[in-house]
Design a protein around this ligand. Structure first.
Ligand SMILES: Cc1ncc(COP(=O)(O)OP(=O)(O)O)c(N)n1
Ligand SMILES: Cc1nc(C(=O)O)sc1CCOP(=O)(O)O
Ligand SMILES: [Mg+2]
Length: 219
């Protein structure tokens, strides 16, 4: 298997849903199925926060969510847990600045998708040098879904990265909704990644459709 092409990665990032069992209003398998029906293009399993599953239970949920993604052709990314990603043969891994070093992760996962969080130009340049397939830039807006999130930067951080030559695929993250997704795209993002805009909605199906519409109207 070869590394994902940049253009394909950009398409995959359009509507990127991130979820773990602690995030959803509905049972996780139901929430993911509705999100896929609504038009998500990529999924990240992020089993994190108070009450998150560990060990065998985490592994089993990952396998069940992965099976849904595989059936529907949606790539399955694992947050933080490189060993889990390798154990279940996930499509990729997302890591942040406080996780394992991106160069080492690239060596471990070979051609699988590697996403890296970046909050400024230096981190973005380092992620490119380490072989990231995309960077997640945030928080764009205030978020309640990540306890240790940094201060919101606004969409201008994405424009700044583009203006300084960061050409790899970029996805915005943090407080993104159907109402503000357009300005994230207009700033130069290839897509938006969300937890609560879909997972906390009473209808993940409708919420995803609204988000996708906002994204594709502002490409
Ligand atoms: C697409 C995307 N972007 C950023 C993050 C955040 O990663 P990280 O900084 O490692 O924080 P945690 O998600 O691990 O709490 C992400 N998960 N996905
Ligand atoms: C997982 C995550 N990472 C962030 C970062 O800034 O790197 S913000 C965030 C939480 C995103 O959740 P919501 O869409 O509910 O705001
Ligand atoms: Mg992390």
């Amino acid at each position: 298997m070869a590394r994902i092409a940049s253009e394909e990665m950009k398409q995959r990032l359009k509507v990127y849903f991130i979820m773990g069992s602690v995030n959803c209003k509905k049972p996780p398998l139901e929430a993911l199925t509705e999100a896929i029906d609504g038009g998500i293009t990529l999924f990240q399993f992020r089993e994190k926060g108070s009450g998150a599953l560990v060990g065998e239970q985490k592994y089993e949920l990952a396998k069940q969510l992965q099976a849904i993604c595989q059936k529907r052709g949606i790539p399955f990314i694992v947050n933080d847990d490189v060993e889990l990603a390798l154990a279940i043969d996930a499509d990729g891994v997302h890591i942040g600045q406080d996780d394992e070093d991106a160069r080492i992760v690239r060596e471990k996962i070979g051609d699988k998708i590697l996403g890296v969080s970046a909050h400024n130009l230096e981190e973005a340049q380092a992620a490119v040098a380490a072989g990231a397939d995309y960077i997640g830039v945030g928080p764009i807006y205030p978020t309640k879904s990540k306890a240790d999130a940094k201060q919101a930067q606004g969409p201008g951080i994405i424009r700044l990265l583009r203006d300084h030559g960061i050409a790899i695929p970029i996805v915005g993250i943090g407080g993104i909704t159907a109402e503000n997704a357009g300005e994230v795209m207009s700033a130069g993002a290839d897509g938006v990644s969300v937890i609560s805009a879909i997972a906390s909605a009473s209808s993940p199906l409708l919420a995803t459709k609204q988000l996708a519409q906002a994204v594709f109207n502002n490409e």
